[in-house]
Design a protein around this ligand. Structure first.
Ligand SMILES: [Zn+2]
Length: 405
């Protein structure tokens, strides 16, 4: 990438625009140096590079961020195969071979400059979607919503909402994130409305009309148990009372939820459910679910989820298997047993492919870009989320997470 092709940033914010990323301007400089060296030498060969997990602290990995890589490489003369977004994998297969989530083949000079961006897209999005899927498991069949974009730079809020939704969230608070996903944004009301108008007016005016669900934020002034019953009396057909109690005033949040549930029940408001939010993570979601909470707003823990460490390495040069020490050379595909869900990584030439349990393996590696052309209509976030839910329900890890918590 020659520096004279780069334009100056016009942004008033400290962000890269799409054209900056597409032009390679967000790359680490050593790729620019490498390309200069190879050009001087006269190298113009093809390579295959693999993206594998080099480190993760999660019990499983839910892939996302692939769509942005496809858009990044569209128009470049490269072929891309990847494990589809919304698929659960582990870092290594059943025999200990690293799982390639993406394989890129083409002239090195055509895509080397994008390694930084490719990894950035996949590492952060996969970290968020993976953690979101852990919250999904903790919440069981109850709804949870992404409320975390305020903790992160607004430029990436749609990515955060999309990754959280793909991980299994039932809704997102961001207007633009929801638009990209193709759903209505989810929101209740800020404490500010109760402070300005008083609780009674805030609930009456804010929850008039037929828009559902009706959620009354109840912890602005009063103790939660009195405010919950008060809100249920004032708002006809109230669906939820929401406790957004900050941890500084919380005490034992589970017991507050139990107390509110008890008071609502004995006052005849069994249909009014409890939504909780404020500093929740997958552990507190599970605890509060057991205490009687019926919906969860989860923010910072998902939005700031630790990225999964993916690495990108050459595994083939022209048609010769070659990789650095510590990596497995040769072009490979990822397979999975549809019955026991075991993952196998096989060299392209291997066949036939049967699981240890006797079932024929399905291939997860999917061709997504051929000579820079996008092959199929990319699945929408709702379909990807559906895939995630099927993956979660078919995994024994579901039980493992719940036991560990
Ligand atoms: Zn099997």
């Amino acid at each position: 990438m020659k520096s004279e092709t780069l334009r100056n940033s016009n942004s008033i914010f400290n962000i890269a625009e799409a054209e900056d990323i597409k032009s390679g301007r967000t790359a680490d400089v050593y790729f620019e140096n490498a390309l200069k060296t190879l050009e001087e030498y006269g190298f113009d060969g093809s390579v295959t590079m693999e993206v594998t997990v080099s480190g993760s602290t999660y019990p499983w990995i839910l892939i996302s961020g692939i769509q942005e890589v496809i858009h990044l490489l569209e128009g470049r003369r490269v072929n891309v195969e990847a494990v589809p977004e919304g698929t659960i994998i582990e870092a290594r297969d059943i025999e200990g071979v690293p799982v390639p989530v993406m394989t890129i083949t083409g002239k090195y000079r055509d895509f080397a400059i994008f390694e930084t961006a490719i990894l950035g897209f996949i590492c952060q999005s996969t970290g968020i979607s993976t953690y979101s899927s852990m919250v999904r498991v903790a919440a069981g069949d109850l709804p949870f919503f992404s409320f975390g974009i305020r903790r992160m730079h607004p430029a990436i809020s749609p990515m955060i909402d999309r990754a959280t939704y793909i991980g299994g969230a039932d809704g997102v608070s961001g207007i633009m994130g929801a638009e990209i996903i193709g759903i209505e944004p989810t929101g209740t009301m800020p404490h500010a409305v109760s402070i300005i108008l008083g609780d009674d007016n805030a609930w009456k005016l804010g929850l008039s009309g037929n828009k559902r669900p009706k959620v009354a934020l109840i912890d602005t002034f009063e103790d939660e148990k009195f405010a919950a019953v008060h809100a249920a009396r004032i708002v006809k057909d109230l669906d939820f009372v929401r406790l957004d109690t900050p941890s500084s005033r919380r005490g034992d949040f589970s017991n507050i939820v139990r107390e509110v549930r008890w008071e609502l029940d004995i006052n005849g408001f069994r249909n009014v459910k409890i939504m909780v939010s404020g500093g929740l993570d997958h552990n507190s979601v599970l605890k509060l679910r057991k205490a009687g909470a019926a919906a969860f707003g989860v923010g910072t823990s998902i939005a700031s989820a630790k990225p999964v460490d993916f690495a990108m390495d050459i595994v083939e040069m022209d048609t010769r298997s070659l990789s650095k020490r510590g990596k497995f050379s040769g072009r490979k595909k990822v397979y999975r047993c549809p019955k026991c869900r075991n993952i196998y990584v096989k060299h392209n030439s291997d066949s036939p492919l049967i699981c240890a349990c006797g079932t024929e393996l399905e291939c997860l590696s999917t061709s997504m870009l051929v000579e820079g052309k996008i092959l199929n209509i990319y699945p929408n976030p709702k379909d990807i989320r559906d895939r995630t839910l099927v993956e979660i329900h078919s995994r024994p890890q579901r039980l493992r997470l719940e036991q560990e918590l």
